[in-house]
Design a protein around this ligand. Structure first.
Ligand SMILES: *Cc1c(COP(=O)(O)O)cnc(C)c1O
Length: 362
């Protein structure tokens, strides 16, 4: 079981893990080429399909999200990819596409701004693209992009596939893969799912499967065709992280028990508590209204407080960790997560601690 040496995490991933999750992981090991594993694998599928809003199988990749993010590029891009860039993760996807020797172009907006669907339409209309990448919830900036709007635009261009990173949004807000016509939905489990890192769940459309079959240089470990071949047998291409799958099974069952709508409402409510806190103390949002994440809040340091000092004091006095801003917005922003298992009670404890410490810094 976890020791309590380390602070409780309110950073936007990895997030705090429930004791029940650790307990669920402590089950006997099994070989993965047999009935016991197939039973475990297939028992998780119905819940995962509901969470992703898809009838397609949901693949389980023993990797962090970047494995599948790079894999999507290698499986799907034959002509040219359009990377929609609005923060650290989405910007990096462009670099990853180039490092895979793919032709890539980007739409770059300033950090803190969302992607404009009209700009996507204008760019795709130039022609030559066959793939688009989008980060739904840009965890570095706290911007949640207009997934439905952007998906609808990509649908206007037959032959262009849409790949969506939902690492910090899946299960916390609706993601309707089939209804929106998304071709790849992927999520690492250490953020919105509140599981230990090391596993990524993803699903791909029939069109993406067909595209992958005709793409050379897919490699092996993230080959979508290998995932599909094994999924039909309730299995994975290579040895899966079985302990994490025990945790995933437990988590998916508990999400189904909570109910997706109740889970969405809980995240919205808890997120609202942090919004109220920042307003109360005269802070501002980094992200514009209408595009604010429901799973974390990126707070603009408009009052120029000593962010590292504030974070250190929170940790020392209250055993709580928040984040001091990502990359180039370190210090000018700070971030607080409400994703995973948080409750009104746990968020209130956080807010009491924030209130207690912030007065020394304003
Ligand atoms: C954390 C995060 C990632 C990176 O995931 P890894 O687990 O480091 O591979 C990608 N996208 C988003 C939106 C994230 O928040």
């Amino acid at each position: 079981m976890p020791n309590n040496q380390l602070p409780k995490l309110f950073i936007p991933g990895p997030v705090d893990i429930a004791p029940e999750t650790y307990e669920a992981m402590c089950q006997s090991m099994m070989g993965h080429r047999g009935g016991d594993f197939e039973a475990l694998y297939s028992s998780i599928q119905p819940g995962l399909k509901k969470i992703l809003g898809t009838d397609r199988p949901v693949y389980l990749s023993t990797s962090s999200a970047w494995g599948v993010m790079e894999g999507a590029i290698r499986n799907l891009v034959q002509k040219k990819v359009l990377n929609l860039c609005c923060g650290a993760f989405s910007d990096k996807w462009f670099g990853v596409a180039q490092s895979c020797d793919k032709e890539a172009e980007k739409i770059q907006v300033e950090w803190g701004q969302p992607i404009d669907p009209a700009a996507v339409r204008a760019k795709l209309a130039e022609g030559g693209f066959d793939t688009v990448t989008l980060v739904h919830n840009e965890t570095s900036t706290g911007v949640m992009n207009d997934l439905a709007g952007i998906a609808a635009v990509v649908k206007e261009f037959p032959g262009v596939l849409l790949v969506v990173d939902t690492v910090s949004s899946l299960s916390a807000v609706p993601v309707e893969m089939d209804d929106l016509g998304i071709d790849v939905v992927l999520a690492g489990v250490q953020k919105a799912f509140a599981l230990p890192p090391g596993l990524t769940i993803f699903a791909i459309s029939e069109a993406a499967l067909e595209r992958a079959a005709g793409t050379s240089g897919r490699g092996y470990y993230f080959d979508f065709i290998e995932f599909e071949k094994n999924a039909v047998k309730n299995n994975t291409p290579s040895t899966p992280a079985v302990s994490l799958l025990y945790a995933l099974k437990h988590k998916v069952d508990s999400i189904m028990e909570e109910g997706l709508d109740a889970r969405f409402a809980r995240h919205a409510q808890l997120n609202g508590m942090i919004h109220a806190w920042l307003t109360k103390h005269g802070f501002e949002h980094f992200a514009p209204a209408g595009f604010r994440s429901k799973t974390l809040t990126t707070i603009a340091n408009n009052q120029n407080i000593d962010v590292p000092g504030f974070i250190k004091a929170l940790r020392q006095k209250h055993h709580i960790l928040i984040n001091g801003g990502y990359g180039k917005i370190k210090g000018t922003t700070f971030r607080i997560s409400n994703m995973g298992n948080e409750s009104v009670e746990s968020m209130q404890e956080l807010i009491d601690a924030l209130d207690d410490v912030v007065v020394d810094f304003l």
